[in-house]
Design a binder for this molecule. Structure first.
Ligand code: LLP
Length: 422
């Protein structure tokens, strides 16, 4: 399998023009690294695929919320899709104009809605009747009109992992299709709301484009029905969800995606919004880790590395497959390993029964395609410090996030002396 912008030169794995081993020796391991070129290429490719329609891409900040990555996409021309007060804070921190921000989420708090209203963000997406009422009430309180879109759950199976399936009735997201018209009628009667759009997001890591087609057809039909009752929408947000290639199975590109859905999108006059996250960031990133030990339990061979499940949750949480490459490709001897971390959980693995080059203590590996839902889902479990994030630009690398200190781990805790008097 080929990795854009990650290549071997003289048997050393490079990200763009930087030898990853050089970063490992300077910064220590583990660390995340991202290729700026990959982020830019993916954004341009996605945008170019839809150049024939009036559209805007809102980068889904949750996929990788590093300030620099958000800022890069913003500078490439994207708006930002945020899912919490924290993501909104990050978007504003990089200087994004609130007119380029969408606020998503099935459970926004009053404070989050108020913050969005006070900054006059472009669009809130409402996911329940109660949220529609609440948005109206808070907008009135602030003497504002909130622009909203209603997220509809079209009950379409995106055929992806159940934990990232969001467009079926049994998942908590959106307003079910059968109640959608009623929700739009309610919202359009409320005086402090301006209902401009309809929204869907059926899941993530979707590789079967027919699921998008099925859902878009339902939504486009709804736009027509709403039009017939005098509710004229100007924006259609089809969410994110386009998958990437994690294993050897081939996956659709942005242009395959565009060719499949453009004929359907062309049936409306709405401006189209997209919220990709993974497609833009996953392939840009690698997690570099050092081999601490190798050991055998009879026939079973373990590679114990210094990164762990707290640094990258995806293999444990979704049984996700990630390619793993040695930083030095200098042997033809292959061994089948379980590649595991130091955390005291059997779920702490990056790969099971994986055939790899033979490796030894102090060798380095790179877990590939981790630029989406990697660092941003990491934790401090086992009191492990969060790792650095590095961005490579041609022959230079920059530390975008420093490694946490032990002091950082306890900075919000205090010892309560009264507890220890008796
Ligand atoms: N819009 C909404 C409303 C979303 O909920 C999501 C992702 C996106 C856009 C971006 O979807 P993408 O293009 O990245 O598929 N942690 C999981 C993925 C969770 C996705 C959550 N929602 C993973 O590691 O696979």
């Amino acid at each position: 399998m080929q990795f854009e912008n990650y290549n071997y030169k003289n048997k050393n794995l490079f990200c763009e023009e930087v030898n990853l081993r050089e970063i490992a020796l300077k910064v220590g391991t583990p660390f995340y690294v991202y290729s700026k070129k990959s982020l830019k290429n993916r954004y341009k490719e996605f945008s170019k695929s839809f150049k024939s329609i009036d559209h805007k891409i809102f980068y889904a900040v949750k996929a990788n919320s590093n300030l620099n990555i958000i800022k890069l996409f913003y500078e490439f021309g994207a708006g930002l899709d945020v899912n919490s007060g924290g993501e909104l804070y990050r978007a504003l921190k990089i200087g994004a104009n609130p007119k380029n921000i969408l606020f998503t989420g099935v459970g926004k708090t009053e404070d989050e809605i108020l913050t969005g209203l006070r900054h006059d963000i472009f669009l809130f997406k409402a996911e329940s009747f109660q949220e529609i009422e609440l948005m109206n009430k808070l907008a009135k309180q602030e003497s504002k009109k909130a622009r909203i879109a209603i997220r509809v759950n079209p009950n379409v199976d995106p055929k992806t992992h159940p934990y990232i399936t969001t467009g079926l009735y049994e998942s908590k997201f959106g307003i079910d299709q059968a109640s959608a018209i009623e929700a739009f009628k309610l919202a359009s009667k409320l005086s402090n709301l301006e209902v401009i759009g309809i929204d869907m997001h059926i899941g993530s890591q979707i590789t079967d484009i027919s699921a998008f087609q099925e859902a878009i057809e339902i939504i486009v039909q709804l736009i027509g029905e709403l039009n017939n009752i005098g509710i004229n929408l100007t924006h259609l947000d089809i969410g994110g969800g386009l998958g990437v290639q994690y294993n050897s199975q081939s996956t659709p590109s942005a242009s395959d995606f565009a060719n499949a859905i453009l004929p359907l999108l062309n049936k409306t006059n709405c401006k189209i919004f997209f919220e990709p996250g993974r497609y833009l960031t996953a392939d840009s990133g690698a997690l570099v880790s050092k081999v601490l030990f190798t050991k055998n339990h009879r026939d079973k061979k373990f590679l114990i590395v210094d990164a762990a499940v707290n640094d990258l949750l995806r293999p444990a949480f979704y049984k996700a497959y990630h390619h793993i490459l040695p930083l030095k490709d200098e042997t033809s001897k292959k061994i089948t390993y379980d590649i595991v971390g130091p955390v005291c959980e059997t779920g702490d693995f990056f790969a099971l029964d994986r055939e790899m080059n033979e490796l030894h203590p102090n060798d380095f590996i790179a877990v590939m395609s981790v630029g989406a839902y990697g660092y941003c889902m990491s934790s401090n479990y086992n009191s492990r410090r969060r790792v650095p994030e590095i961005i490579v630009d041609k022959d230079k690398f920059y530390i975008a996030t420093i490694r946490e200190s032990f002091e950082d781990l306890i900075k919000n805790e205090k010892i309560i002396d009264e507890l220890f008097v008796n």
